[in-house]
Design a protein around this ligand. Structure first.
Ligand code: FE2
Length: 345
């Protein structure tokens, strides 16, 4: 069997394939590892056919759509997943074919309503239904401790105790365990009566995952993360270093427009000498009167260098072909002791 485990922080993703045909599935890919998945597949001449999310993740950004688009693979999720545009929705009892391998779908709601485990011949990918020494939490949207109890005790834990368990998370650097090990040692499985289990799950006082709302928004809708928006903007605009801009500002105006896209109060508290104010929120509305010359050379700036990147990308889209963004922001500019001016212009 072709098998790779890729850890990103506590998130685990897996490449699993048939050695005879090179047909491969990628399970629970994470957005920061896209290049790694593509590199692994090409290193081993694998054909990734399916990109599977075991459930709607609340704590990391799924790369399923992006990897699938790059490789002409199919995205796979459980039939109850709210994500749009899933190529192949699967249900309990069905199998995903990878050459001669089969991954059987076991619907295991509880952590989320769309959670599923993928059962192979010697291993099971448990998503967040069963973790090493733990279980998925049930306090996030669509979580249900009663359903998790049934999924674990009536279904998953009745599988062969020798099956290896590969979860979607492990924060302690462990690669896997077995169903038998978990039955014996997992503290959350020691309460097999429903009431005690539910009481224990409800008593867990877990902090909310960082990026909860953004992960749910993008994973459920197929929308973009803020990081992705910034990366896409940064990939289509040039930057000007702070030193370069300082030298040009000190050399006097040479047809370079420094465009400060912060709000007025931030601008008046201190801006680059000669900079013009055009807040990002008014950019499209006022661009015609403020920047009548589409051939003008423009450098956008803001507080941290992020909004100015988006503004520069917007201006390029609008036809200003000589726009760059400041590589840095006013915070760094001031910390570097570079010249500023205050007040209205
Ligand atoms: Fe999860």
């Amino acid at each position: 069997m072709i098998f790779e485990q890729i850890a990103t922080g506590g998130c685990q993703s897996y490449l699993l394939g048939c050695p005879d045909t090179c047909a491969t599935a990628l399970i629970d890919p994470e957005v920061s590892q896209i290049d790694r998945y593509l590199a692994l597949a090409s290193r081993d001449a694998l054909r990734i056919r399916f990109v599977i999310d075991t459930h709607t993740h609340a704590d990391h950004f799924s790369a399923a759509r992006q990897v699938a688009d790059r490789l002409h693979a199919k995205t796979v999720m459980h039939i109850r997943s709210p994500a749009p545009g899933i190529d192949m929705r699967v249900d309990d009892g069905e199998s995903i074919a990878l050459g001669k391998l089969r991954l059987r779908v076991m619907h295991t709601p509880g952590h989320t309503a769309d959670s599923m485990c993928l059962v192979g011949s010697d291993r099971v990918f448990t998503g967040d239904t069963l973790l090493i020494g733990g279980t998925g939490r049930t306090d996030l949207p669509t979580g249900d401790p009663v359903a998790l109890h049934a999924s674990l005790f009536d279904r998953l834990l009745k599988l062969d105790p020798a099956l290896k368990v590969y979860p979607a998370h492990d924060y302690k650097g462990r690669s896997h365990s077995t169903i038998g090990d978990e039955l014996r040692t997992n503290p959350r499985l020691q309460h097999s009566e429903l009431e005690a289990f539910v009481r224990m799950m409800k008593a867990l006082d877990l902090s909310m995952p960082t990026h909860l709302t953004e992960a749910l928004r993008t994973n459920m809708s197929g929308g973009k993360t803020v990081t992705q928006m910034l990366a896409e903007a940064a990939a289509c605009v040039p930057f000007m270093s702070m030193e370069e801009l300082r030298d040009r500002v000190e050399a006097g105006p040479q047809g370079l427009v420094v465009l400060d896209v912060r709000e007025r109060d931030a601008y008046e508290a201190g801006h680059i000498p000669g900079a013009r104010l055009l807040p990002r929120g008014q950019l499209e509305l006022r661009v015609n009167e403020e920047l009548p010359d589409p051939t003008a050379r423009i450098v956008t700036c803001c507080e941290f260098g992020r909004i100015s990147t988006l503004a520069a990308a917007t201006l390029r889209t609008m036809g200003f072909q000589r726009v760059a963004a400041l590589d840095g922001g006013m915070k760094a500019w001031k910390e570097a002791g570079y010249p500023t001016q205050s007040g209205a212009r």
